[in-house]
Design a protein around this ligand. Structure first.
Ligand code: HOZ
Length: 426
C-alpha cells in the first residue's frame, strides 16, 4: 500500500484523512507517511520505508518506541482486563510518584488527555478563586477547550477573540492573550484586571510554536504577580513534564506552580493526562469540593501501566544527562552543517526537546517565530524525509529526541542535513 493511496482512502471517511490536523501535512504539502510500526528511534511507513523519528508522538516516546519493558507492562496489564470504572493500585503508584518527583504537586488526579487536564485545571482555578478571567500567551497551545482556543484581541490587554469557529465570543472574552516572555505586559495586565484574574496558564518551555525558551525573569515575574494578586499559576507541563528533566520545567527553572498539567510521557504513548498541585486547591475537586470532573477512562489500567513503566525507566541514573547530550549533539551538528553551507539557520535544545529555525537566532516570542523562513523549512523537511529522517511536518512544532536515539543515529541525521543544506544553497 502506498502512502498516497492510503491518504486518498482516508480522506473519504476522515476529515482531511487524519485524526489531528498537523498530521495532514497541509503546512508542508504532500502525503503524510502512514506508520505501520515503530521500534526504538525508528518508524516504518506502509511502504516499508524506515525513518529516524524526531516527532516521538509529540514528546511522549521519551524512552523510544516499543521499549520491551513498556510493552511487557502493557501486556501484563491488558491480560488482567482493560477498564473497570473502579480504582486500582497502579493509580496510587502513579500518583505517589508524580507527587514525589514534581515540586508543585501535593495531590493529583489522572485523566485521559492533556486537553482534559488543562480544561479541568482552568475550571478548578475559577472555582477556587471565584473569578472568571484567565491569561494565556500567544503561541502557547493548551489543548482544544473553548476558553483556550483564543487569540489576542485588538490590543493585547483587551478581550480575546475565538481562534476557532464554534467558540462563543463570550467564552473567549474571558481569556486575555498576552505576549510570551513579556513580563512588563503581564504586570500591566494584572494592574488593570488583577481582581478578576483566576489563573495564568503557560507552557514553561513552549513546544507548540516551535520551541521557545522562557526568559528567567518571565517565569519568576509571573510567579510573583500571581502570588501578589491571588491568581492560580498553572504550568502546562503536558510537553515539558519528564521531557526537560525528571522534575519537569518547574524543577529545572525553580518555579513552584499552584497547579500543573501533564500528559504525553506519563502515558508512555497511551492516553493519560493529569492535573495536580497545591492541596488547598485540589481539595476543591469533586467529591471533596464543588468543582466537578469525572471520566470512565480516567486512570485506565493499561494506559497507567505504560506510563508507570516509562516513568521507572526515566529514573535511571544519568537518563536525562544522556538525553540532553544527544539532543545537543543534534542541534550543534545541524547548526554547524548549516553554517558550513551559508544557510540562515539556528537551533536549540532543552532536555530532550529541540527547536530548529530558518532564522539567524532562536526566537523568543510568537512574532519572532513568525519571522522564520517557512519555505526553507518545507524544502528542508521534504529533503530530510526523502533521506529517511522524519521531523514534525510544520515549522511551528518542536522536535523530540528519545533515549533510543544513538550517537550514530544523530550523526546519520546531521550527515543527511549536511547534504540537504548544501543543495539548498545551490
Ligand atoms: N497538537 C500536536 C502538535 N502540537 C499535534 C498532535 C498530533 O497530531 O498528534
Amino acid at each position: 500500500m502506498s502512502n498516497e493511496s492510503l491518504f486518498a482512502r482516508a480522506q473519504q471517511f476522515i476529515p482531511a484523512g487524519v485524526n489531528s490536523p498537523v498530521r495532514a501535512f497541509r503546512a508542508v504539502g504532500g502525503a503524510p507517511r502512514f506508520i505501520a510500526r515503530a521500534k526504538g528511534a525508528r518508524m516504518w511507513d506502509a511502504e516499508g520505508r524506515a525513518y529516524l523519528d524526531y516527532i516521538g508522538s509529540w514528546g511522549a516516546m521519551v524512552v523510544g518506541h516499543a521499549h520491551p519493558e513498556v510493552v511487557a507492562a502493557v501486556c501484563a496489564a491488558a491480560g488482567n482486563g482493560f477498564s473497570f470504572g473502579a480504582p486500582t493500585e497502579a493509580e496510587i503508584e502513579m500518583a505517589e510518584l508524580l507527587c514525589k518527583l514534581l515540586p508543585g504537586m501535593d495531590l493529583v488526579r489522572l485523566v485521559s488527555s492533556g486537553t482534559e487536564a488543562t480544561m479541568t485545571a482552568l475550571r478548578l482555578a475559577r472555582g477556587h478563586t471565584g473569578r472568571n478571567r484567565v491569561v494565556k500567551f500567544e503561541g502557547c497551545y493548551h489543548g482544544h477547550a473553548d476558553s483556550l482556543l483564543v487569540k489576542a484581541g485588538s490590543g493585547a490587554l483587551t478581550f480575546g477573540q475565538p481562534s476557532s469557529s464554534g467558540v462563543p465570543p463570550q467564552v473567549a472574552a474571558d481569556t486575555l492573550v498576552l505576549d510570551y516572555n513579556d513580563v512588563a505586559q503581564l504586570e500591566r495586565c494584572f494592574a488593570e484586571n488583577g481582581k478578576d484574574i483566576a489563573a495564568v496558564i503557560v507552557e514553561p518551555v513552549v513546544g507548540n510554536m516551535n520551541l521557545v525558551a522562557p526568559k528567567p525573569e518571565f517565569l519568576r515575574g509571573m510567579r510573583e504577580l500571581c502570588t501578589k494578586h491571588g491568581a492560580v499559576l498553572i504550568l502546562d507541563e503536558v510537553m515539558t513534564g519528564f521531557r526537560v528533566g525528571l522534575t519537569g520545567a518547574q524543577g529545572r527553572y525553580g518555579i513552584q506552580p499552584d497547579l500543573t498539567t501533564l500528559g504525553k510521557v506519563i502515558g508512555g504513548g497511551m492516553p493519560v493526562g493529569a492535573f495536580g498541585g497545591r492541596r488547598e486547591i485540589m481539595q476543591k475537586i469533586a467529591p471533596l469540593g464543588p468543582v466537578y470532573q469525572a471520566g470512565t477512562l480516567s486512570g485506565n489500567p493499561v494506559a497507567v501501566a505504560a506510563g508507570l513503566a516509562t516513568l521507572r525507566l526515566v529514573q535511571a541514573p544519568g537518563f536525562y544527562e544522556k538525553l540532553g547530550e544527544r539532543t545537543q549533539q543534534l542541534t550543534a551538528g545541524l547548526t554547524a552543517a548549516a553554517k558550513k553551507h551559508g544557510v540562515v539557520f539556528s537551533a536549540q535544545a532543552i532536555g530532550g526537546m529541540f527547536g530548529i529555525y530558518f532564522r539567524a537566532s532562536a526566537p523568543q516570542s510568537f512574532a519572532e517565530v513568525m519571522q522564520c523562513d517557512k519555505e526553507a523549512f518545507n524544502r528542508f523537511f521534504h529533503a530530510m524525509l526523502e533521506r529517511g529522517v522524519h521531523f514534525a511536518p510544520s515549522a511551528y512544532e518542536a522536535g523530540f529526541v528519545s533515549a533510543a536515539h544513538s550517537s550514530e543515529d544523530i550523526a546519520e541525521t546531521v550527515s543527511a542535513a549536511d547534504a540537504v543544506f548544501a543543495a539548498m544553497k545551490k
